[in-house]
Design a protein around this ligand. Structure first.
Ligand code: GLU
Length: 510
């Protein structure tokens, strides 16, 4: 029996800007697949398109993966057996392979200049047609299929610029398999002759570098976005042209991330419009517009990857909350859907809320302490942590903790107008005076006081809702919040009485 091939996958972004969350999801699925199968996850930087290179983008990609907890086994940072992992540093490798294809008849030299091609494009347009560099025209243009061997050699020797193009077979059905999409067949006559290598910058194009590197790096599975599906026939044919079909990777093209409303790919513009980030981290490019990130918006990385994992993959159960280890355990490409996954900003927040509930009080307490200090409120880490434990169920982001707990530390300086409108009644003053009397008699306020007070309210036939709303308004300045007795215990009896007095003496006007 043939030995099972080691699983080796790669995330191969081009450093052309901030990494879109769709890209993070591609990296995540690659990582989950590698870990699930005990294989390797590689980070390769595809930077052969110098015109689209953006400074800082590679560092951004690396930092994003780190923040998400996606660990690479080999790559630009730590190196590995197939180093270098940055294609611009592998420049020397590719020409040999391009020439191999020219020699075996799968590719050819083309000498047409950009101006000549533009002129041709215009001519075609004038006749209502679209120009494609393909089997119909390649033998009529300036190519090694058409020119004599001497002519080709002399043009190259005198320094004319050339490219090497793939000679797309004519009228062949290319049969392909995709783990997610099943069998795909396409007629090669619909495809053009892509450039593989350019003499101008002595660099391969994406297609050549990608196939050569996947082969040399022994990649077993290519898991990438749906936008690469149109390139699949060319990639299949390149493997065949090189004679590498036996070790060709298996392919899986992931569904698109769709806009919250309607069709189409989730874009930065949707994010700007609806106020949610489409990038993992804040992005401050040297040129162009900055963008917001999930990290800086207060998302927990665990919530972020949990949300992303479920955009396009489903575990086949009702479970929604997954740790990274649980994702690794449950993940399979077979359960990735073919159709696009609609992004929901509300669901993203919901995930964060779930992780907020699970977050460590002490960790959040430290953050709250800092926020309070910035707001001029000094307390101890212990009290901040306690405040967190009382309120975190109501928070979505750590930054919500400050407004939610402010009045745990300082008496309200005003009463929330809406609350006053809603809950204030003329006889509230009398009620508060009665309550005050009752509380004074307690040795201290604890959560157990709640039971007692409730019983008293019932026995006196007073309105529970009215009393509690007035009490909460006195203590917190607002008519919503956690158990008012828990807050009373937190601020202490003396402070609670002071706040009741303040409201009694300062009856709000509606
Ligand atoms: N460099 C390509 C990208 O930017 C990689 C596509 C692939 O994974 O083959 O997404």
């Amino acid at each position: 029996m043939a030995e099972k091939r080691r699983v080796r996958v790669r995330f191969a972004p081009s450093p052309t800007g901030a990494l879109h969350i769709g890209g993070v999801r591609t990296a995540l699925y690659n990582y989950l697949f590698a870990r699930h199968n005990g294989g390797d996850f590689i980070l390769r930087i595809e930077d052969t398109d110098s015109q689209r290179f953006v400074p800082g983008a590679e560092a951004y990609i690396i930092e994003s993966l780190k923040w998400c907890g996606i660990k690479t086994d080999e790559g630009v940072e730590q190196g590995g057996p197939h180093a270098p992992y940055r294609q611009s540093e592998r420049k020397e490798i590719y020409l040999k392979y391009a020439l191999q294809l020219v020699e075996n008849g799968s590719a050819y030299y083309a000498f047409d200049s950009a101006d000549e091609l533009n002129a041709l494009r215009k001519e075609y347009e004038a006749e209502g047609k679209t120009f494609a560099y393909n089997y119909e025209v390649r033998e009529k243009l300036q190519t090694s299929l058409n020119l004599s061997a001497e002519e080709v050699k002399s043009r190259i020797d005198r320094g004319d610029q050339w490219v090497i193009r793939f000679k797309m077979p004519e009228n062949e059905n290319v049969e392909m398999d995709d783990i997610i999409r099943g069998h795909i067949s396409i007629n090669s006559s619909t495809l053009d002759d892509k450039v593989l290598y350019k003499s101008a910058d002595q660099l391969p194009t994406y297609h050549l570098a990608n196939i050569v590197d996947d082969h040399l790096m022994e990649i077993s599975h290519v898991i990438r976005g749906e936008e690469w599906l149109p390139s699949l026939p060319l990639h299949y044919l390149l493997y065949r042209a090189f004679g590498w079909t036996d070790t060709q990777p298996q392919f899986a093209h992931l569904p698109l991330l769709l806009k919250p409303q309607g069709q189409g790919k989730l874009s930065k513009r949707d994010g700007d419009k609806f106020g949610f980030p489409v990038f993992p981290l804040d992005w401050h490019p040297e040129e162009g517009e900055p963008a917001k990130g999930y990290r800086e918006e207060g998302y927990f990385p665990q919530a972020f990857i949990n949300m992303l994992a479920l955009l396009g993959w489903n575990p086949g159960t009702e479970q929604e909350i997954f740790s990274m280890d649980e994702l690794i355990e449950a993940f399979s490409l077979e359960k990735v859907s073919k159709s696009g996954a609609r992004f929901s900003p509300d669901k993203a927040k919901w995930f964060n809320q779930q992780y907020m509930k699970k977050a460590d009080d002490a960790m959040l307490g430290k953050q709250l302490l800092e926020m309070l200090a910035k707001d001029g409120i000094n307390t101890t880490e212990e009290r901040a942590t306690k405040a967190v434990s009382l309120i975190k169920e109501r928070a979505t982001f750590p930054c919500d903790l400050l407004p939610l707990t402010r009045y745990f530390f300082v008496a309200p300086d005003k009463y929330d107008e809406k609350s006053v409108q809603k809950v204030w009644k003329a006889d509230n003053k009398v009620l508060l005076e009665k309550l005050r009397e009752k509380l004074v008699a307690e040795p201290e306020l604890t959560e157990a006081t709640e039971q007692k007070i409730h019983e008293w309210i019932l026995s006196e036939q007073l309105s529970m809702g009215q009393m509690m709303n007035a009490f909460r308004l006195a203590v917190l300045g607002i008519s919503q919040g956690p158990s008012v007795f828990a807050i009373a215990e937190f601020i202490g009896k003396e402070e609670t009485l002071k706040r009741i007095d303040a409201l009694i003496n300062n009856i709000p006007t509606k």
